[in-house]
Write a new protein. Sequence first.
Length: 278
Amino acid sequence: MTNKNRNLVEQVCSLIDAHEEGAPTLAELGATLNMSPTHLQRMFKKAAGISPRQYAETRRLETFKTKLKAGQSVTNSMYDAGFGGSSRLYESANGKLGMTPASYGKGGRGAEINYAIGHCHLGRVLVAATAHGLVRVCFDDHIKAVEAELGQEFPNAQLRRNEEDMAEVLATVIGVIDSHSQKTSNLPIDIRATAFQAKVWSYLTRIPTGFTETYGAIAAAIGEPKSARAVGRACGSNPIGVIIPCHRAVGASGDLTGYRWGIDRKKALLEIERASAG
């Protein structure tokens, strides 16, 4: 990312973050930055991986979820987060939460999450999904540990180990993992993310197979040059292993500083990807 594009991302994000009532329109952002709305939209999305509107919606949902988790009512959380009404909230939230906002605040109460366990070249893998998309792709030889983690994340959801209904999803995910394919856009994902995590995870999906980037380079690329450590934390909290390729993020000197599912798996992934990339 050029310095010009990095500065644009920083400016747009700052303007959106500072806007207390709702979010500035694309026309308002363009007027402030002396750019046409179309050009601003194109340059921001190219640099950040998401549109200004998507960034603003993610920020509002982040605020909404924080307040909901803190015990506020759906209505108060909705207005504090800048949603003008319940229709706007549900329009933004339903596709991202995979459950109603009230259900999210109650640990997923009423949501149905199916999961299945299979084998790939990294060992045992757990794949979990709502009707909207993947919520987890985790690796652990002790599968009870990731089952327990799933239960802690959604303590009140209907969790079902369902090998039959999940067979196609599981096979697709394992196929992507074992083939080292980057064609993952047809795999719907239903995960919660802060605005920062969304930028990091989106950028990770654009790192080509066989390549790595440092946490610092990723931070600079998304317009957050002083946030290398935060990038590392975002990688560490990624719930969708390999599909969101956080294993391609490395330390400043290229060292493998950490991986949620073990350094050995990260090393194996990178070695195989480099070999397959030729």
